[in-house]
Write a protein that binds this ligand. Structure first.
Ligand code: NAP
Length: 320
């Protein structure tokens, strides 16, 4: 008998076709709307596999309902939306999609750094609003990127790819991880420093750790207080890693200069979110990996992980 799977969002045809070769497929057909919780709770009852996105909270209750469930394939590298301990306890495999999105996310992270430093969104809005009267010497001036110090918190796949880009801008590079990477240090000319030194001395601080209990509120009021008044914070990892209330106060009070945020504690972020009211914030709707090629690669990799697991093999990207 073909295994049954549920897909929590409309996927590209090529991905559905591949999954249909092996599985009996049911899918939430809407592209712009997440599957309602009550629908997911019904759909999970008889499936062997679940293909989900970071918009779905896969908690212990849901896992308990899925009595046939063998594998959950998350179409993301981060998997903080899934209760991994509960899945492991119930012998359910969980997979993610690392690697295929690394370069695209590093591109976006560097683009966000540049857009924030050079006030690109603010300048564009200024122009479109008809506020521009003339060119003037200090109008819309920002921070230099070339030659500045970039501190990367979480030098993993995306962090390293970001460091490579920053080298092209003659940036001085710092990183902080739990473990050192001597080979990468030599290769990229990047220096390992303690968290405090990174925060005190960096002109740009980029957060690229996974979101875990350990990294929750990793950047709070105390950390922001260490940063330079000219510093820019970039978060393309996950919202909960940076304390949003503390960040709002730091940006409003001029404790730091600006922030570029692709991720928020609660997504989709609402338009009345205090951080969105600040001109020194560039805010994006979680588009780190959003290139056409990469999203297709992520979906195909998630499909292969699911198929492997359902065919009794160990999927390439198992996380538990
Ligand atoms: P990765 O290769 O696992 O890198 C994560 C890095 O963080 C590792 O070097 C790890 O090193 C470090 N780290 C983990 N816990 C830490 C801690 N407590 N303190 C300091 N450093 C810590 O992951 P990746 O592929 O680069 O992805 C990173 C994250 O980016 C993902 O988890 C995801 O949440 C996010 N992401 C966002 C988007 C987007 O669309 N915005 C796209 C892709 C990924 P140690 O283990 O040595 O500490």
């Amino acid at each position: 008998m073909r295994p049954k799977i549920y897909i929590t969002r409309k996927l590209p045809d090529a991905v559905v076709t591949r999954l249909t070769e092996v599985c009996e497929v049911r899918m939430w057909e809407k592209e712009e709307e997440p599957v309602p919780r009550d629908v997911l709770e019904k759909e999970i009852l008889d499936v062997d596999g679940l293909f989900c996105l970071l918009t779905e909270t896969i908690d212990e209750h849901l896992l308990t309902l899925g009595t046939n469930l063998k594998i959950i394939s998350n179409m993301a590298v981060g998997y903080n939306n899934i209760d991994i301990a509960a899945a492991t306890e119930q012998k359910i495999m969980v997979t993610n999609t690392p690697g295929v999105l690394t370069e695209t996310t590093a591109d976006l992270t560097f683009a966000l750094l540049m857009a924030t430093a050079r006030r690109m969104v603010e300048a564009s809005d200024y122009l479109r609003a008809g506020s521009l009267k003339t060119w003037s010497p200090m109008q819309l001036t920002g921070q230099d990127i070339y030659g500045a110090t970039l501190g990367i918190i979480g030098l993993g796949r995306i962090g390293e790819a970001l460091a490579k880009r920053a080298r092209g801008f003659d940036m001085n590079l710092y990183y902080h991880n739990r473990s050192r990477k001597p080979e990468v240090e030599k290769q990229l000319g990047i220096q390992y420093v303690e968290k405090e030194k990174l925060l005190r001395e960096s002109d740009f601080v980029c957060v690229l750790t996974p979101y875990t209990k350990e990294t929750e509120n990793y950047i709070g009021a105390a950390e922001l207080a260490l940063m330079k008044p000219t510093a820019v914070l970039i978060n393309t990892a996950r919202g909960g890693i940076v304390n949003e209330e503390a960040l709002y106060q730091a940006l409003k009070g001029g404790q730091i200069w600006g922030a570029g945020l692709d991720v928020f504690e609660k997504e989709p972020v609402q338009t009345d979110h205090p951080l969105l009211s600040l001109p020194n914030v560039v805010a994006l709707p979680h588009i780190g990996s959003a290139s056409k090629n990469t999203r297709l690669k992520m979906a195909l990799l998630a499909a292969e992980n699911l198929i492997q697991g359902l065919q009794g093999n160990t999927p390439k990207n198992i996380v538990n």
